[in-house]
Design a protein around this ligand. Structure first.
Ligand code: HEM
Length: 383
């Protein structure tokens, strides 16, 4: 069986690839030789070729959640489950399209230069100030990766995080706790932490919405949502959702950029935007996403059944060299494609610059790290 042979030859499978030191030869082989197949051991269909990845993401019966489980079991019935259940990212059809149609232009209109200014201001505020350009510890680099992009998105949206360091740090921690609870690897404590974080974020946002910057994008979003008949709770959940979406993936993009800079000193001479764009394409932080079949149907020449799951290897499509356009699959494709792709790259550039300006040394960081345990996100944890 080819599946078994590949697994034993390389000691890698489509899930362990996420944390593998170099999964790209394996991804290229899959994309070229088995672009769509059933992985019996994992109980998943695997889409690895660019056309197959595009076909799955475009198929009307391929949904972002299983029909029988709109919210992960560990979160169901908690504040985290309520929040999760309202996210555009986790819904299809009527619960997705109208709000997505408002979020797309809102985020596309964010000027990357303005986002960079917010990031620089937030970095200064988050600065405890005592290290004055001495090398940053790995632990503070890890903290900054998870905090700066999130509080910058909050600042871009006009949320009140710019007044004091305590609020900014707290918001970042609560967002990270909610994001962590969404992982299928989350244990009971992490799931409980996610529920507490969802409650905290909901209360904070409620209190904040009355004082958001009038010239920021949120008042217009709320007015447009009201006019479109979208309920206020869905809007609030998705504002929190933007902070959550910015958290792990952007930490991964900035972290993988630090690795790239540390391993290739010559990359340090290139404009950082270019390095980040390359990393997004060839060492992406989001390696895969999933789709769940809502009906028996044909997909990429195979008969698939309602309830089946497809693991969509975005990173394989992106690095296969087979795509006829240069689109970074990293940000998805089609109905659920990431509306924050440009902003995310600006945030990663700003985060890496802020860290390097504070004495972070990519070469030293790249010598000691591991990947955080994850089935889909490739995020270095520096040691
Ligand atoms: C490097 C950073 C990022 C990466 C790699 C990334 C990647 C992705 C991917 C792959 C998807 C599609 C998931 C799927 O189809 O299953 C997605 C969706 C989404 N992303 Fe991002 N993202 C990043 C940063 C951001 C940021 C900064 C924001 C907003 C501030 C954002 C907002 C969203 C939203 C709202 C969705 C859901 C869209 C929908 O379902 O219609 N993302 N992202």
């Amino acid at each position: 069986m080819p599946e078994t042979i590949t697994a034993t030859v390389t000691g890698i499978d489509p899930l362990s690839a996420v944390m593998h030191p170099d999964p790209y030869p394996y991804y290229r082989e899959l994309a070229a030789t088995r672009p769509f197949f059933r992985e019996q051991r994992l109980g998943l269909w695997i889409a690895a070729g660019p056309s197959e990845v595009a076909a799955v993401l475009a198929h009307p019966d391929c949904r972002v959640r299983p029909a029988t489980q709109p919210v992960p079991a560990a979160l169901a019935g908690t504040a985290a489950g309520d929040l999760f259940g309202r996210l555009v990212r986790m819904n299809d059809g009527a619960a997705h399209a109208p709000l997505k149609a408002l979020l797309m232009p809102m985020l596309a209109a964010v000027d990357p230069g303005v986002a960079a200014q917010h990031a620089a201001a937030m970095a200064q505020m988050m600065d405890p100030g005592e290290h004055a350009h001495a090398a940053m510890t790995a632990a503070s680099v890890n903290r900054w990766l998870f905090a700066l992009p999130v509080v910058t998105v909050a600042a871009v949206l006009g949320l009140p995080v710019t007044r004091d360091r305590g609020t900014a740090v707290e918001v970042a921690q609560q967002v990270a706790a909610f994001a962590a609870a969404q992982s299928p690897l989350a244990d009971a404590d992490t799931a409980r932490g996610g529920a507490g974080a969802a409650r905290w974020l909901g209360t904070w946002l409620d209190a904040s919405l009355s004082s958001v910057a009038a010239d920021g994008p949120l008042p217009a979003l709320q007015r447009a949502a009201l006019a479109a008949g979208i309920e206020a709770q869905a809007v609030a959940a998705n504002i929190i959702g933007l902070l959550v979406q910015a958290c792990e993936a952007t930490a991964g993009l900035a972290g993988n950029t630090l690795l790239r800079l540390g391993r290739n000193p010559s990359a340090g001479g290139m404009p950082l935007q270019g390095v980040v764009a390359r990393v997004a394409q060839d060492d992406p932080p989001v390696q895969n996403t999933r789709r769940f079949l809502a009906a028996d149907t044909g997909l990429c020449g195979h008969a698939v059944k309602a309830g089946d799951t497809v693991l969509v290897l975005l990173a394989a499509a992106s690095t296969s060299g087979l795509a006829d356009d240069a689109r970074a699959w990293t940000f998805g494709h089609g109905r659920h494609a990431c509306p924050g792709d440009r902003l995310a790259q600006a945030l990663a550039v700003a985060t890496v610059s802020a860290l390097c300006a504070r004495g972070a040394e990519p070469a030293a960081l790249a010598r000691a790290f591991r990947y955080r345990p994850s089935l889909n996100a490739r995020i270095p944890h520096f040691l």
